[in-house]
Design a protein around this ligand. Structure first.
Ligand code: NAP
Ligand code: GCO
Length: 261
């Protein structure tokens, strides 16, 4: 096997929402594999803080201020990145939000906001970077899906609808863009310890015990658990992988649940 199969030297990788959490962990891994890292956030202060953290890790990342749902701003910044850094070879659609509200209490505006960021945002981003990838002869798009791409649970109807849709957007774009040597795949993390899940991990929160019991690996995932899967799907090692969602869940989706003793 070619030992450079997992190397990303000379590649430009844009990871959305990578000022902390899962996005930053994946971005650091892509950088260690040789990629030049670009990321965005909606908050300049968070971008500045993240740049220091990347620099402390020996990574000269570039941060850009734009919202993934703002099509005009996205197109403007993709052009800006192309001229300032280079044409994007790897796009990781990581930016996302969740609203944990029972469906009977959620209003349409709250539902729409989650769909807009978690599903329409990845479409806008993918649509903006694809022309450059096509001109360049190919590229990699990685959509960050979820357990909720496959399973439901109370209070996350908008999020599950978005992440289920993101799974199918991944498959559809994979079908449309494979002829251009663009591989579109997904990563479906299990329950990962980040700011997004912090409310579920508070001391004594029943969900904490529940998730440990629903995870064969019997632990919360760490952002670092996603580093290898991200490098794999961003690299030449996955050139014949199209439309696949790689679940990184400690076995949750394989598990009916702890059997009674
Ligand atoms: P997080 O800690 O909440 O971080 C989300 C990131 O996305 C933040 O940097 C956030 O920036 C950014 N973002 C949100 N909306 C944005 C927008 N409209 N435009 C640009 N940036 C935006 O989340 P995480 O836990 O790292 O999760 C990252 C991704 O993995 C999400 O798509 C999430 O759904 C998915 N995921 C998470 C888990 C988990 O257990 N943590 C499991 C499966 C999937 P701001 O600070 O500006 O909001
Ligand atoms: C929740 C959690 C999950 C995780 C993740 C699981 O409230 O159920 O936030 O949705 O974020 O998506 O894969």
């Amino acid at each position: 096997m070619n030992s450079d199969l997992f190397r990303l030297d000379g590649k430009v990788a844009l990871v959305t929402g990578a000022s902390y959490g899962i996005g930053m962990a994946m971005a650091k891994a892509l950088a260690q594999a040789g990629a030049t890292i670009v990321f965005n956030d909606r908050n300049q202060e968070k971008i500045e803080t993240a740049l220091h953290e990347y620099r402390d890790s020996g990574i000269e990342a570039r941060g850009y201020l734009f919202d993934v749902t703002d099509e005009k701003a996205v197109r403007k910044h993709i052009d800006k990145i192309s001229s300032e850094v280079g044409v994007i070879d790897i796009l990781v659609n990581n930016a996302g939000i969740i609203k944990r509200i029972p469906a009977l209490e959620m209003n349409a505006a709250e539902f729409r906001e989650v769909i807009d960021i978690d599903l329409t945002g990845p479409f806008i981003m993918s649509r903006a970077v694809a022309p450059g990838m096509i001109k360049k002869g190919g590229g990699k798009i990685i959509n960050i899906c979820s357990m909720m791409s496959e399973l439901g649970r109370e209070t996350v109807s908008a999020y599950a609808s978005a992440k289920g849709g993101l799974k199918m957007l991944t498959r559809n774009l994979a079908c449309e863009w494979a002829e251009f040597n663009i591989q579109v795949n997904g990563i479906g993390p299990g329950y990962i310890a980040t700011p997004q899940t912090a409310p579920l991990r508070e001391e004594g929160h029943p969900f904490n015990t529940f998730i440990i019991g629903r995870t064969p690996a019997a632990r919360w995932g760490r952002p670092q658990d996603l580093e290898g899967p991200a490098v794999f799907l961003a690299s030449g090692a996955s050139d014949f992988v199209n439309g696949h969602i790689l679940y990184v869940d400690g076995g949750i989706l394989a598990y009916l649940g702890k059997q009674p003793k």
